[in-house]
Design a protein around this ligand. Structure first.
Ligand code: TXA
Ligand code: MG
Length: 327
């Protein structure tokens, strides 16, 4: 039996299987099995009211999970699925409360990774669609930690808790999907991702707004303390990087620096890692770099703040949360 067939069998039996997506690795469970969903929350140490994204093999599955699906959702699905876009829609009555966090909406996406798609098709096909063919999958990290972008990261985070980790190599995108709320009212981006507002706006016919209002659904990605390394992380304007680094070194601290340019002069208590000057590459590398820098056990990680452009929004968002969460 190949790994995908084994994984599908384990999922049907209510076990957890980690699998690669183009964004980050997911911790997958049968979205129709309450016991399997409970295992996700236990493994991650995640609060029960944080809803999960349901991953589907293709857009033809939308009706099994959502109702009142707006035309915009179909157009966006046609344009961007499989891909790093999660749509928040009104839930189908059969969707488990444990998946939606008790909300009247559900998050759905079709991931763009060959192994994930094979797994989703196998999981759906071999059960005749009886379980809806959806896999609930949060990022495969412990709650509040940096998301995993390799199979080795998953194993570090959750090794004992998963029945199987499918290894699909490093994730191409590197940060989590864009979450777009289409459940009513104005379309809103609840979590920025590499699929940005401009690109989504071109299909929607208008650029979506950001953030939720008071009645908007909860998004755990909107908690400040998220995506955080254990070492304190500080975002610093590039122009102030050298001064900030010097102060820390003078104070006897060991520091790690993530920036496009090396800091001169070099210092024995300073480790520099080159950051890409391109947003897609920066995002691709980001979580692996944070893990690497965290493992150095320095006193401080300094990251050069990205430009304030729209194309850097998702990266800037994750860095801000990493900084907030590490304090
Ligand atoms: O790229 C991704 O989206 C990855 C891969 C594995 O697909 N998944 C991911 O899942 O990032 P997770 O659980 O780490 O983050 C999902 C986010 C959470 O912040 C959750 O609150 C939000 O999606 N979410 C899920 N369902 C929702 C809903 N009905 N309304 C609002 N937010 C929702
Ligand atoms: Mg997550």
């Amino acid at each position: 039996m190949n790994d995908v067939a084994r994984a599908a069998g384990l999922l049907r039996a209510g076990e957890l299987v980690a699998f690669p997506t183009e964004t980050v690795y997911g911790l997958g469970a049968d979205a129709s099995n309450p016991l399997a969903i409970a295992k996700i929350f236990a493994a991650k140490g995640r609060p029960a009211d944080h809803p999960l994204i349901v991953h589907l093999p293709d857009a033809s599955h939308l009706e099994r999970w959502a109702v009142d699906i707006p035309e915009a959702a179909r157009e966006l699905a046609a344009a961007f699925w499989p891909g790093p876009l999660t749509l928040i829609l009104k839930r189908h009555p059969s969707v488990l409360d444990a998946v939606t966090g008790g909300q009247d909406t559900v998050g759905l996406r079709v991931p763009n990774h060959p192994l994930a798609l094979q797994l989703l098709r196998e999981f759906d096909g071999t059960n005749g669609g009886a379980n809806g063919g959806g896999l609930a999958a949060p990022s495969a990290n412990r709650f509040g930690h940096v998301s995993p972008t390799t199979a080795a990261h998953v194993s570090e985070e959750l090794g004992d808790a998963v029945a199987l980790i499918l290894d699909g190599g490093p994730c191409a995108v590197g940060i989590e999907s864009t979450i777009l709320d289409l459940s009513g009212g104005e379309p809103r981006i609840l979590r920025p991702g590499m699929l940005d507002a401009t690109v989504i706006g071109a299909v929607l016919g208008r650029v979506p707004a950001f953030g939720g209002d008071q009645d908007a659904p909860r998004v755990s990605g909107s908690l400040e303390a998220h995506y955080a390394p254990r070492t304190p992380l500080q975002l610093v304007a590039t122009a102030e990087l050298a001064t900030t680094a010097r102060k820390a070194l003078v104070a006897g601290q060991r520091i790690a620096v993530l920036a496009a340019q090396p800091l001169i002069p070099e210092h024995q208590n300073l480790v520099w890692r080159r950051a890409s000057a391109k947003p897609a590459q920066f995002a691709h590398d980001l979580y692996a770099r944070l893990r690497e820098l965290d493992a150095l056990r320095c006193d401080l990680i300094l990251v050069a703040a990205p430009p304030a452009d729209e194309v850097w929004r998702a990266v800037a968002d994750r860095l801000r949360r990493a900084a907030a969460g590490s304090k």
